[in-house]
Ligand binder design. Structure first.
Ligand code: SF4
Ligand code: SF4
Length: 74
């Protein structure tokens, strides 16, 4: 039964990662405005900022505050 459930859940997990996540483009200026807007802590710092697709819930809050419009749905 567990094996059957895994067969059904794997395609759903694949879809979540490809549809329900936002992504930060190379246009990011690393200003840091978006990081405090994420309710699930999915954004992390770097040369450009990065969104963890496993945590992102597709709420769009980060995209609304980005001054250079670098955040878009995947
Ligand atoms: S879309 Fe929402 S959950 Fe996803 S990274 Fe942006 S603020 Fe976080
Ligand atoms: S708000 Fe936009 S430019 Fe600023 S760190 Fe986030 S993605 Fe980069």
């Amino acid at each position: 039964m567990l094996y059957i459930n895994l067969l059904y859940l794997q395609p759903l997990t694949f879809l979540k990662h490809n549809i329900m996540a936002y992504k930060i483009s190379d246009d990011c200026t690393a200003c840091g405005t978006c990081i405090d807007e994420c309710p699930v802590g999915a954004i992390s710092e770097g040369d450009i900022y990065v969104i963890d697709p496993d945590l992102c819930t597709d709420c769009g809050a980060c995209a609304e505050v980005c001054p250079v419009e670098a955040i878009h749905p995947e």
